[in-house]
Design a protein around this ligand. Structure first.
Ligand SMILES: Nc1nc2c(ncn2[C@@H]2O[C@H](COP(=O)(O)OP(=O)(O)OP(=O)(O)O)[C@@H](O)[C@H]2O)c(=O)[nH]1
Ligand SMILES: [Mg+2]
Length: 440
């Protein structure tokens, strides 16, 4: 699957791994390699340029967590950013105690009928009871085709060659299976010459059967054009997810996937062959892992994460042993921000959050934001040696951070206080909290 893209990206990685030194030129060449591979897979030019400039910037400016090599870190950046353009993972939610009506739509030949069977197979394996409805009253062979697939899967098909009205079939089919099965998959016709006619029919069927999930089937061989298609459908009916098919042979598969993801509707499944088993739940992390060579990457990403946590823990140790620097204070403030509001953090400490009124917390949130700005207006030397701060430096910091001198002094005295408290209590209370903060 996507062999050329795989080869291109892996060649980029090899360039990094085999280099004796990593300099700006090498990073640029590496980014160019990746760029070329993505463009060949028909990923949108603008997206590729954004992606490559991000990778280049990060690779040149960020330093790896201590213990991780620069090479590995650069590969991890590529991995992160590729996942980013594929969107976050989404699973479909099909409660077993309800009747789930899935409407499949897509243009002619995109793979709907085969997907209907594949999905039936996928869900049956997971314990669902599935019925298929054929609403394609146009193409004579449509019903036979679905029946043939369904026989393999062992599910019943509702349909009749004599039916003329697709909307009526849809309604009757859903009624027929309701109470019998807990998933009803409705296959539709994609025949329309004009897109408008197709979209109108989908809107109509959708309003009559009220699907719990609408899935759009897109042919992966059309590459980045899938963006326009997905958008057109999305505007008409609320697309709950996309299935990109024919990725087994598609040289443009990368383009189809990224374009579909760019519409905001998530890619949920991919079709990777003509058998009813060739359907796969789509996971950006797994997918990129496979593109880049899974085994290595997975281990690398885990190691990077561990090292980041280790570095955080070192900081935490420094803080609780009373050797906290201003940078550490900033780090603490960042951690709090990462976790959301201060209230959430305080909720981790039993009995504390309820004793502080909400207004007080908001005030504190504002204050913390100011402190961060103040710290950002300090020089590196000042942060390391806060004792050198005199009134002229404090004045400059206040101006630089848009705060008052009093606020700067408040921040500094809070810093000294915290440091002293930490030293005195040996961080008993904070130890647990900070550890939790560092690992989430
Ligand atoms: N290789 C490959 N072929 C596929 C895949 N999905 C569908 N196809 C093929 O694409 C062709 C069209 O598939 P259908 O399921 O009939 O498409 P459809 O959207 O129902 O077509 P209409 O009902 O005419 O609109 C068939 O020959 C399928 O075997 C896939 O993932 N890989
Ligand atoms: Mg069909």
């Amino acid at each position: 699957m996507l062999e050329r893209l795989k080869e291109g990206l892996q060649a980029a990685i090899r360039r990094i791994l085999s280099a004796s030194t990593i300099d700006e030129q090498l990073i640029k060449d590496f980014v160019k390699d990746a760029q070329r591979a993505l463009l060949q897979a028909d990923v949108n030019v603008k997206l590729v340029l954004e992606l490559s400039s991000k990778i280049e910037k990060r690779a040149l400016s960020e330093s790896p967590p201590p213990g991780l090599s620069r090479k590995d870190y650069i590969i991890k950046i590529l991995y992160d950013e590729l996942i980013n353009i594929l969107g976050t993972e989404r699973k479909i939610d099909l409660p077993t105690n309800k009747v789930n009506v899935i409407l499949l739509m897509g243009i002619q030949g995109s793979g709907k009928t085969l997907v209907a069977a594949k999905l039936a197979r996928y869900l049956r394996k997971r314990g669902y009871k599935v019925g298929l409805v054929c609403t394609d009253t146009f193409r004579p062979g449509a019903l036979v085709q679905l029946r043939t697939y369904a026989k393999d899967v062992g599910v019943e098909v509702f349909g009749d060659e004599k039916f003329k009205d697709s909307i009526k079939v849809a309604v009757e089919g859903v009624r027929y299976f309701r109470g019998k099965e807990n998933v009803i998959i409705v296959d539709t016709a994609g025949r329309h010459k004009e897109e408008k006619g197709l979209l109108d029919e989908m809107r109509h069927i959708s309003s009559k059967i009220n699907p719990t999930l609408t899935l759009l089937v897109i042919d992966g061989t059309i590459g980045q054009q899938s963006y326009v298609q997905a958008e057109a459908f999305h505007k008409t009916v609320n697309v709950g997810g996309i299935i990109v098919t024919k990725l087994d042979g598609a040289a443009k598969g990368g383009g189809a996937l990224t374009a579909a993801a760019a519409t905001g509707a998530k890619v949920i499944f991919i079709g990777i062959g003509e058998r009813v088993d060739d359907l796969e739940a789509f996971s950006p992390t797994r997918f990129v892992g496979r593109l880049l060579g899974l085994g290595d990457i997975k281990a690398l990403v885990e190691r990077a994460r561990e090292l980041e946590i280790e570095a955080d823990e070192k900081k935490v140790k420094r803080i609780i042993s009373g050797k906290m620097t201003i940078d550490d204070l900033y780090y603490q403030l960042e951690q709090v921000k990462k976790m959301g509001s201060l209230r959430k953090v305080l909720e981790l400490i039993p009995g504390l959050s309820s004793s502080i009124p909400a207004e007080g917390l908001e005030e504190l949130d504002v204050k913390m934001k100011k402190w961060k700005n103040i710290i950002l207006s300090m020089t590196k030397v000042e942060r390391e040696n806060p004792e050198i701060l005199n009134s002229s430096r404090i004045g400059r910091m206040a101006r630089g951070s848009g705060t008052s001198e009093k606020e700067v002094k408040d921040m500094l005295s809070k810093y000294r206080q915290t440091k002293a408290i930490m030293k005195a209590s040996k961080g008993r209370k904070m130890r647990q909290l900070l550890k939790r903060m560092a690992t989430t």
